[in-house]
Write a protein that binds this ligand. Structure first.
Ligand SMILES: C[S@@+](CC[C@H](N)C(=O)[O-])C[C@H]1O[C@@H](n2cnc3c(N)ncnc32)[C@H](O)[C@@H]1O
Length: 349
């Protein structure tokens, strides 16, 4: 299904990536190595091979400002992290979802268990690594800023004058230690103007990405991933897994290899994520109109959240039964977000 707010690919996402526009964020909730859906691996060891073609596609379509949310078990993530790292994704933080004691209530045999019961999973945030091309080769941003300043042959402390601040520029923007932080565009533009006015003409302007013009504040700011702070939310999220009306049930279908006899009360999908969490991650790194990818849709919770928040969702689901449910949820989310869409659909029909 295609409309201006979401596109759902019924099939393998590997056949969809090429047609999807550059994502602002990617929500990955794929294989866990726990036989959680048909096609999940049987252990965490197989996850690297499972994810490799997907990470390749994400890396080739990402922009420097693209983020990735990677849901998994702790050991599943540990297995896939080296792959992500090697393909240009930098770790930002891990969020732990604490599902609470209710998650294992009645299911733990204290005589046989040999560890603490597991009630958590993780959602790990990555940012796309950005290396700046310059005459001396590609460089990480932190190194490049200092390198350009020094290339212009200006003393480090003059950066404060360039930025119109007491000592923040040298201490924060040009330092090579952990006190460094990403300068706002306005400051980089000032550094660039100052360096280009004073440095010798070498044929490649100082602080230039293309060798022709110096970077502007707007261009610089567009290279960084968005972040909207949500007060009071930390990297540990506590709430039980879905048991309320949000949970889809009653399909009587074996949702995964480990489900033997589904009843009317069985979950339609074992991995359905709370919309509250999906809305939280979408809101944090995107703005209305931004592109959100959800390659392993399931019931498309991330895309439902994206549509509700006015973002554009690109989602795939390989299992036809799940894809049908995802389609229903998405069209409902669309109507709820924009009642005019229902009238338009009725007219078309
Ligand atoms: C962990 S579940 C996602 C659950 C989802 N986050 C939700 O809240 O409903 C992973 C889903 O990815 C689907 N899937 C696995 N491989 C896929 C692929 N190559 N292309 C598209 N979907 C795939 C599976 O069928 C499964 O429904």
């Amino acid at each position: 299904m295609t409309n201006s707010r979401y596109r759902l690919h019924h099939g393998d996402v590997l056949g969809a990536y090429d047609g999807w526009p550059t994502p602002r964020t990617i929500i990955s909730d794929g294989a866990y190595g726990v036989r959680g859906f048909h096609g999940d691996t049987v252990g965490p060891e197989g996850l690297t091979d499972w994810y490799r073609p997907h990470v390749e596609a994400w890396s080739s379509k990402a922009h420097p400002s693209t983020t990735l949310w990677f849901w998994n078990t702790e050991i599943g993530w540990a297995n896939v992290h080296p792959l992500l790292e090697s393909m240009g994704w930098d770790y930002v933080q891990a969020i732990t979802w604490d599902k609470g004691i209710g998650h294992i209530a009645g299911n733990v045999n204290g005589k046989t268990i040999r560890r603490f019961p597991v009630v958590s999973e993780v959602c790990v945030l990555y940012q796309r690594r950005f290396a700046v091309n310059c005459p001396d080769g590609p460089m990480p941003v932190q190194r490049w800023l200092r390198h350009e300043w020094q290339r212009a042959g200006i003393p480090l402390n003059k950066a404060n004058e360039a930025c119109g601040v007491k000592n923040a520029a040298t201490r924060k923007y040009l330092t090579q230690d952990w006190l460094w932080y990403w300068p706002p565009g306005e400051m980089v533009e000032r550094l660039a103007e100052y360096a280009n006015a004073r440095g010798a003409n070498t044929g490649w302007p100082y602080f230039s990405l293309d060798g022709v013009t110096a970077i502007t504040a707007k261009e610089w700011d567009s290279l960084r991933y968005r972040w909207t702070h949500q007060h009071g939310i930390t990297n540990v999220w506590q709430r039980p897994s879905l048991h309320d009306a949000e949970r889809l049930k009653g399909t009587l279908r074996r949702a995964a290899p480990r489900v033997y006899k589904p009843t009317a009360g069985s979950a339609a999908h074992l991995n359905q994520k709370p919309l509250e969490f999906m809305e939280r991650i979408v809101r944090a790194v995107t703005e209305p109109g931004d592109i959100v990818w959800e390659p392993f849709g399931g019931l498309a919770s991330g895309s439902v959240a994206a549509v509700a928040l006015g973002r554009q969702a690109y989602v795939a689901e390989i299992d036809p039964a799940f894809a049908e449910l995802a389609e229903e949820r998405l069209s409902l989310a669309l109507v709820q977000a924009d009642p005019a869409a229902e009238d338009a659909a009725a007219t078309e029909g």
